[in-house]
Design a protein around this ligand. Structure first.
Ligand code: CAA
Length: 389
């Protein structure tokens, strides 16, 4: 696994004061402390490339071992050319690699992951690994109710038949999909549009449908009084921390638990440590929550089963599960994610608003030398995006 976030963020308490809102509403009411905001040299491609390189390095995997690269995103940079092709070029992946992009709102990365798992299980991979990258910049209009639920980042995962973090359980998934208009982004708009409270209800309906479908496949509660106690932890899609709390309350109520909040800290708490510092990263949000669980949980999760719920507006959702592998928690801790977040720089609200305005014109900005190291977006020349590494 590899994770990339922008080097700058906004403090939600500062944003609340600037919007004339009580800071408690954003920090406690939504459960977000900070949200990542990318500067102009960062986009979905550079975040994806950084996360992908980190995943390859942490697994000691050579680019030649990757047989499939899929980027799940809902904030792509081109209507035709996939983000994955830019990433292939920046990472130097082989021409024998199958490369494409998937889209279904925040579910796009899970769609790619499930396909990769089946590719590996079927034997078609013939020893090659799949590189799945979830990369997004979550953006709502300045001053809208969605504004405090923005964020940016990417999570990359290497899928192989010798998993070192988590073994996803074959066939144990429950799917729920329904044509709804809860969150969308018209082709002409940089900002997402959302029917906020309706989207919360759609998420909860999808959770119920996917959870029931999972239970139809795996009826055995493992002797637990409440079904979800068969899991050592539950990782929900996290548009903001409070949504995970609402999800957990709903799921435990479905289990028949008369005190549905009592298990929240035990089953969900560790998964929200990193998301509360990053904000919504759409496709990568649930995988950032998984990294948070593995990197910050105090208890030994080795050999234990984790339940995961992925939700994409529009909508498609999936409840699935995996078993934590020996050494997984130490490997994720070694990524140093909490230290990475501490190294970021805070933006003032006027600086953040300038960044938001500048992003409006970023796709047409003439390419100019970009100082610094690492993958950077320089601008466009002859309608072509230029990147440097
Ligand atoms: N102190 C503590 N808490 C406070 C408070 C205060 N001073 N003032 C308000 N609150 C609480 C409220 O009680 C509320 O908590 P509950 O939900 O538990 O009742 C919470 O803060 C939020 O308050 P509101 O509901 O009044 O907030 P809002 O109407 O301004 O907007 C929102 C909330 C609808 C989530 C909005 O931020 C939004 O539209 N966000 C984007 C959409 C979204 O993330 N939807 C999630 C489901 S869809 C999905 O998951 C896909 C995806 O990634 C987008």
């Amino acid at each position: 696994m590899g994770i990339a976030v922008p080097a700058t963020y906004v403090e939600l308490a500062d944003l609340a004061l600037a919007r004339g809102v009580a800071p408690g509403k954003y920090v406690d009411g939504l459960g977000v402390t900070r949200m990542c905001v990318p500067l102009e040299q960062e986009d979905t491609v550079t975040l994806a490339a950084r996360a992908a390189r980190a995943a390859l390095e942490s697994a000691g995997c050579a680019p030649s071992e990757v047989g499939m690269l899929v980027v799940g995103t809902e904030t792509a940079v081109d209507h035709s050319k996939p983000v994955s092709s830019y990433v292939q070029g920046l990472l130097g992946l082989s021409t024998g690699c199958r490369v494409f992009e998937t889209k279904h709102a925040c579910y796009g990365g899970t769609a790619a992951l499930q396909m990769a798992l089946d590719w590996v299980r079927s034997g078609s991979a013939r020893g090659k690994k799949a590189l799945i990258v979830c990369s997004d910049i979550a953006r709502y209009g300045v001053g809208t109710p969605g504004e405090p639920t923005q964020g940016a980042g990417a999570v990359a995962m290497l899928v192989s038949d010798q998993p070192r973090l988590i073994t996803f359980e074959a066939g144990k998934t429950g799917v729920y999909s329904k044509d709804v208009m809860d969150f969308w982004r018209p082709l002409y708009s940089k900002d997402a549009l959302v029917d906020g409270h309706y989207s919360v209800q759609c998420y909860l309906d999808a959770l119920e449908g996917a959870y029931r479908a999972y239970q139809a496949v795996e009826a055995d509660a493992g002797g637990a009084r409440f079904y979800s106690d068969r899991f050592a932890a539950l990782v929900y899609h996290v548009p903001y921390g409070k949504m995970s709390r609402k999800a957990h309350r709903h799921l435990r109520t479905l289990d028949g638990d008369p005190a549905p909040d009592d298990s929240f800290d035990r089953l969900v708490g560790s998964s929200l440590v990193l998301p509360s510092q990053v904000g919504n990263i759409y496709t990568g949000s649930m995988y950032l929550a998984l990294a948070s669980l593995l990197g910050t949980a105090q208890e030994d999760l080795t050999g234990r089963c984790v339940g995961l719920f992925s939700y994409g507006s529009g909508s498609c959702a999936e409840f699935f599960s995996g078993v934590v592998q020996p050494g997984a928690q130490a490997r994720v801790k070694a990524l140093g994610l909490e230290a990475l977040l501490e190294r970021r720089r805070a933006l003032s609200i006027p600086e953040y608003e300038d960044v938001m305005r500048a992003r409006e014109r970023l796709d047409e900005r003439p390419a100019a030398d970009a100082p610094g190291t690492g993958f950077r977006y320089q601008g466009t020349r002859d309608h072509k995006r230029i990147y440097v590494s």
